[in-house]
Design a protein around this ligand. Structure first.
Ligand SMILES: [Zn+2]
Length: 139
């Protein structure tokens, strides 16, 4: 268990520090591009630096890792047994940030869509089809 956590942290740090894109982000981007959507990625000018922003529809998309964003009721969102307190406060901070960023974006009249890691892993095709609907949906 400890090894597994260490590995996840390491790969997360690598991906964030080097600005390397995670494979689930790439899968979503490729799907959207293939379906004719054009977008910006890692938009630092917007709250929370959305992973994808589609200006035509004024939609910001976050692709969240279930562990780091502590996806509610998700099997991937476990709390490591060691340093439990540290993790809980870390997850709470991440959750608070996500809520704050979403609010700020919505105040700017930007629609926010969150895609979870487990949705991509378990039912990619279904999630992508509903994503296209969500993007085009009138607010
Ligand atoms: Zn999840």
């Amino acid at each position: 268990m400890a090894d597994r956590v260490t590995k996840e942290i390491r790969s997360y740090n690598m991906s964030k520090i080097k600005g390397k894109n995670t494979s689930i982000e790439l899968k979503v981007r490729h799907y959207l591009f293939h379906h004719g959507f054009r977008y910006k990625i890692n938009v630092k000018d917007l709250p929370g630096t959305p992973d994808i922003y589609i200006s035509k529809y004024n939609v910001a998309i976050f692709i969240n890792g279930c562990f780091w964003h502590h996806h509610y009721n998700c099997k991937l969102a476990y709390i490591p047994k060691t340093r439990e307190k540290y993790w809980i406060s870390k997850f709470n901070k991440n959750i608070d940030n996500d809520i704050k960023n979403k609010k700020e974006l919505e105040q700017m009249d930007i629609k926010v869509i969150t895609i979870w890691e487990c949705e991509i892993k378990d039912c990619f095709q279904y999630r992508m089809e509903s994503l296209l609907e969500e993007i085009k949906e009138k607010r």
